[in-house]
Ligand binder design. Structure first.
Ligand code: PLP
Length: 322
């Protein structure tokens, strides 16, 4: 820091400009959100030649997941519309990653954050959210993310004026973060040559935003949404839409195909990517890859892009690793 100031002083930059430069460095955690790498799965691609599979490595976001993008856009939108003011507490229901994202951004921007999560969400996520200063309200584990949504709604309704409730399941700023960010990045990183796109459905923000951007660019790009194949599943972050509350932002007409994946199949793909590519990915990433691999065996050409929403660390105590 001291050296920086000296360098600027030596180059005779006016003092005010030095302050601005330093203030920008202070915001760097927010600035690190987005622009994640697109990694070619080289060994796996060789096995499905001539298809090439590329993964958008979303754990490179500073909060560790794709949800940093949506959380930041919803907070910025709240600020712009005046719904989020300094006296408000940011409140939302989350299955984990969005909670960490709100907590991290809240810490960086100086907002208090309250998260409603099913009580069986892993310790790693809770510890991270609490480290950023958020407090956690537990909802019934059996009711999964739907129970958390109901509880968050109740809190927001009973205390109007206390909370800023972005409601990620029904907020356009969620999918728009991916329309302007993730989708645009994929077009740039593939030089517009992507032919097949795969993403899991949680709030559906990632799939909806990227999907709309890609279809707008080229209607022939095939979109595949991925979800667990049954109501009882272990693919955290994804919803089995037939049995769950359907998010308001979900667009049922967007996907060319909707693919159901079994939990064990997703876990096997996670292990395979670790051994064959040296990437430690989360279970929903495994589910998305498993869906893409089914298709890659059928088609004879293409550039596939799959979203890997988070890394494997938060799932490292799960039994499938034993
Ligand atoms: C691990 C994981 N995968 C996938 C998703 C789905 O992302 P989206 O909410 O954009 O549909 C989430 C969302 O929380 C997640 O946490």
């Amino acid at each position: 820091m001291v050296r920086l100031i000296q360098v600027y002083a030596m180059s005779a930059v006016p003092e005010r400009q030095v302050d601005i430069e330093l203030a920008e460095i202070g915001q760097s955690v927010i600035r690190l959100i987005g622009n994640t790498p697109l990694i070619k799965l080289r060994r796996i691609s060789r096995q499905v030649w001539p298809v090439d599979i590329y993964a958008k490595a979303e754990w490179y976001n500073p909060g560790g997941s794709v949800k940093d993008r949506a959380a930041l856009n919803m907070i910025r939108q709240g600020e712009k519309t005046g719904q989020l003011t300094r006296d408000k507490i940011i409140l939302d229901a989350t299955s984990g990653n969005t909670g960490v994202a709100y907590a991290m951004i809240g810490a960086a921007l100086g907002y208090r954050v309250r998260l409603v999560m099913p009580e069986n969400v892993g310790e790693f996520i809770k510890l991270k959210a609490r480290a950023f200063g958020a407090d956690i309200v537990a909802s019934d584990a059996v009711e999964s993310s739907d129970g958390a949504i109901r509880k968050a709604r109740e809190l927001a309704k009973n205390h109007p004026g206390r909370y800023f409730y972005p409601d990620q399941y029904n907020n356009d700023a969620n999918w728009l973060a991916h329309y302007h960010g993730t989708g645009q990045e994929i077009l740039r990183q593939t030089h517009g040559r992507v032919t097949h796109f795969y993403a899991g459905l949680g709030t559906s923000g990632t799939f909806t935003g990227v999907g709309r951007r890609l279809k707008e660019y080229n209607r022939n790009i095939q979109l595949f949404s991925v979800q667990p194949d049954s109501a009882l599943h272990g693919i955290e972050g994804l919803k089995h839409l037939e049995s769950a509350m359907v998010p308001g932002i979900y667009d049922p007409d967007l996907a060319d195909q909707n693919i159901g994946v079994d939990t064990e199949e997703a876990q096997n793909a996670v292990k395979r990517v670790a051994k064959e590519e040296g990437l430690f990915i989360g279970i929903s990433s495994g589910a998305v890859l498993a869906a893409a691999l089914q298709k890659a065996a059928e088609v004879r050409d293409g550039i596939f892009v799959v979203i890997f929403p988070d890394g494997g660390a938060r799932y490292s105590d799960q039994r499938f690793w034993e």
